[in-house]
Design a protein around this ligand. Structure first.
Ligand code: NI
Length: 166
């Protein structure tokens, strides 16, 4: 083996070692509990403490963590990331061809629908809950399509996360 091959091989191994070191170091930081100080106006803090007490938080840290996750989940939806969500809707199954249209729509989006549940609320009204995982934009489109259908009385979209990121 010639010398230049040996030295480039050595350099490659060294570079690889450095990259692995930084990745491991980064993972270590990410998994460690970090503390940080927050400067905040007294009135705002008093209102926040009242807010978290009403919601049975034991301390500010847990409340802050939830607010941070809420903000990050919101961003996942606006950035069209892979998310998880649920669409719940109520409709009268006697209305026109609504049942068929809803069925067709769900087949069209079959790749993002994980499961669905149908509940007969009374003689006329049905409730359906669709659980979906996929691109935020497509789940939003499915939600809009259901909402605009004649005979659908109420629709709500629960915007959650796959939980992988945080
Ligand atoms: Ni029904």
């Amino acid at each position: 083996m010639n010398a230049s091959f040996e030295s480039s091989r050595h350099l490659l191994l060294k570079t690889r070692g450095t990259i692995i070191y930084f990745v491991l170091h980064y993972v270590q930081i990410m998994n460690t509990l970090q503390r940080f100080g927050v400067s905040v106006d007294g009135d705002l803090l008093a209102k926040f403490d009242e807010f978290i007490a009403d919601r049975n938080y034991k301390n500010r840290s847990e409340a802050l963590r939830d607010l941070m996750r809420d903000a990050l989940v919101k961003e996942q939806w606006t950035e069209d990331e892979i998310i998880a969500g649920a669409i719940a809707f109520v409709y009268d199954h006697h209305k026109g061809k609504l049942v068929n249209k809803l069925m067709e729509l769900q087949h069209h989006h079959h790749h993002i629908i994980i499961s669905s549940q149908h509940i007969h609320l009374d003689h006329d009204n049905c409730m359906e809950i669709i659980m979906a995982k996929g691109a935020a934009k497509e789940i939003g489109q499915l939600h809009d399509s259901i909402r605009s259908m004649k005979g659908v009385k109420h629709v709500d979209l629960l915007r959650s996360t796959t939980g992988k990121e945080f």
